[in-house]
Write a protein that binds this ligand. Structure first.
Ligand code: 5RP
Length: 220
């Protein structure tokens, strides 16, 4: 399966579900509920920490037709950690955009070896995020994830607007993650994102299948 989604001609924003649960049966259940309506199945960082890298293999085995995204958020030993995820069946893996350039390069080297792709997660506050996005994009990642984490989202007054503005300014392929909902996903698409990542809007919904379906509809 081709995983080149950052550098190709992409007109429609892809929908990535973040499986932010902490046990494998729950992740498999959620993936089964939403797979039909999403393009990418993401194993959230807490899931990988709780279950281990074998969770990647289990999700890929259950959904071989989907891109599987291992959100490792690697901060060091980029080549080693990315190789672990690719060996387990991941199509995409994250490395921290704020990590050392050699950590990012290492992950990218593993991606080249396995024919898979690396995404730089820009969650960490850096002085000038747009400048760092442009630097990281030159290191060979498929795209950057412009991301407000759950802790940032919990702060009063949080909106997704800054993420979208950084995406517009950066001029490189990007995804957006940061509490995307049905009322914001169209703006994510219009800002030019390649991928929209949704976690809580799906796994906290009374009916995750319907939630994923609605997000896809609003993104079209
Ligand atoms: O990586 C994450 C947190 O670090 C989440 O998976 C990502 O933010 C998407 O979830 P949500 O839509 O709930 O923000």
């Amino acid at each position: 399966m081709s995983v080149v989604i950052g550098r190709g001609e992409v007109c429609v924003v892809k929908l990535q579900v973040a499986l932010d649960v902490v046990d494998l049966p729950a992740a498999l259940r959620l993936a089964h509920q939403v797979a039909e309506h999403v393009d990418i199945l993401e194993l959230g960082t807490p899931l990988v920490k709780s279950v281990g890298i074998g969770a990647v293999s289990a999700i890929k085995a259950a959904h071989p037709d989907k891109l599987v995204f291992a959100d490792l958020k690697t901060a060091d030993a980029g080549e080693l950690e990315a190789a672990m995820a690719f060996e387990a069946g991941a199509d995409l893996v994250t490395v921290m955009g704020a990590a050392d350039d050699d950590t990012v390069r290492g992950a990218v080297a593993a991606g080249r070896k396995y024919g898979k792709e690396v995404v730089a997660d820009m969650i960490t506050v850096v002085e000038d995020r747009v400048a760092r996005i442009r630097e990281v994009a030159k290191l060979g990642v498929a795209f950057v994830e412009i991301h407000a984490g759950l802790d940032e989202q919990a702060r009063p007054g949080y909106t997704i607007d800054t993420l979208l503005e950084d995406g517009r300014q950066a001029g490189v392929p990007f995804s957006i993650a940061g509490g995307i909902k049905t009322d914001t996903i169209a703006a994510v698409r219009d800002a030019g994102a390649t991928v929209a990542v949704a976690g809580g809007a799906i796994y906290n919904a009374p009916n995750p299948t319907t939630a994923a379906q609605q997000l896809k509809k609003h993104a079209a």
